[in-house]
Ligand binder design. Structure first.
Ligand code: HEM
Ligand SMILES: *[C@@H]1O[C@H](CO)[C@@H](O)[C@H](O)[C@H]1NC(C)=O
Length: 294
């Protein structure tokens, strides 16, 4: 059983997503995004703090007023619910100006690039052409880690996301540190492997063995509405990849007309798992399978 879990985990980067939202217009990706891709890939190398922030930013841009760039086009980023994002907000804003592209698109393109910079991170779509807005979302319009499960589920449901979708999206907390949830424990990660996009976050949150757990994550790991998905993803990386990719692709276009968007997904690298790591994994699998055959 352990061996099976391990094998499926290692296979994840080779899978392509089963579900896609194809823009109706298959017009080409504006060439400026090639330059953006180059700069972002170098900035996010190693699944570093910028990559973590870039993966978090879409949640804060999209969950309230839709993915409209207001997170960085207004003072939204300085709202207390967005604490911890100021560094990545200013970088995203600078890149938006430098390349003269949409802010909402920059947030999503950066997140897709950042996910691919994290080992085992799935490949998600990168569409461009969203409508920007310079109207800030109301203060407090992002669910908080201190909210009850029902409140959080309702916020996602209002945007068309099921409990299973939400639990899959929370897999992003596999590449996460906290600084402001409990400042006295600033710098603690939400699982023991914050630079690898793996399933240990689900396991450790449920078991209470993560260096730090958000109250909301702990509650969802054990709530009857969410625990089934939680347990499934903890033990099945393929199932997680499928649900996450589908949920992410839909989340990245909340409030936008998908039919008017263009597809820049070809600029997002597939996995960033290094050759050396893959070779090490292959040796480990061979060793384990020899052991389990006997
Ligand atoms: C139930 C909803 C969610 C709640 C309550 C929540 C809450 C939080 C909190 C409190 C932090 C720590 C921030 C800090 O103190 O520095 C955090 C980090 C993070 N969150 Fe969430 N989150 C939620 C959903 C999401 C979603 C949907 C995404 C992805 C789109 C996401 C991605 C991240 C990432 C990547 C980090 C790490 C940031 C870093 O290390 O700099 N979260 N989240
Ligand atoms: C998990 O939920 C059950 C009821 O659904 C409850 O009895 C139990 O105390 C909870 N465990 C934790 C660690 O909260």
């Amino acid at each position: 059983m352990r061996f099976h879990t391990l094998t499926t985990l290692l296979l994840v980067p080779t899978l392509s997503s089963a579900l896609h939202i194809w823009p109706r217009q298959s017009s080409g990706c504006p060439s400026v995004w090639t330059d953006v891709a180059k700069e972002l890939q170098s900035d996010f190398a190693g699944c570093n703090a910028d990559a973590h922030g870039a993966i978090r930013a879409p949640f804060h841009d999209c969950i309230n007023n839709g993915c409209d760039g207001s997170l960085i086009l207004t003072d939204e980023c300085s709202h207390s619910e967005n604490a911890g994002l100021s560094g990545i907000c200013s970088k995203l804003k600078d890149w938006t100006t430098k390349y003269n592209v949409g802010a909402a698109d920059m947030i999503q393109f950066a997140a897709a690039t950042a996910i691919s910079a994290c080992p085992l991170g799935p490949k998600v779509q990168a569409l461009v052409g969203r409508k920007d807005s310079s109207v800030a979302a109301p203060v407090g319009s992002v669910p908080s880690s201190k909210d009850p499960v029902d409140t959080i589920l309702a916020a996602f449901s209002a945007k068309g996301f099921s409990a299973g979708d939400l639990v899959a999206l929370l897999g992003t907390h596999s590449v996460a540190l906290q600084f402001f949830d409990d400042p006295s424990q600033a710098g603690k990660s939400l699982d023991t492997t914050p630079d690898v996009y793996d399933m240990t976050f689900y396991k450790e949150t449920k078991a209470g063995t993560a260096p730090y757990s958000l109250q909301s994550d702990s509650l969802m790991s054990n709530d009857t509405q969410t625990s089934h998905s939680w347990d499934q993803f903890a033990n099945d990386a393929n199932a997680w990849t499928r649900v996450f990719t589908d949920a992410w692709n839909r989340f990245s276009v909340v409030g936008n007309d998908v039919g008017s968007l263009r597809d820049c997904s070809s600029l997002i690298p597939t996995s960033s798992v290094s050759r050396r790591r893959q070779a090490a994994n292959a040796r480990f699998v061979a060793k384990m399978s020899a052991k389990f055959r006997s």
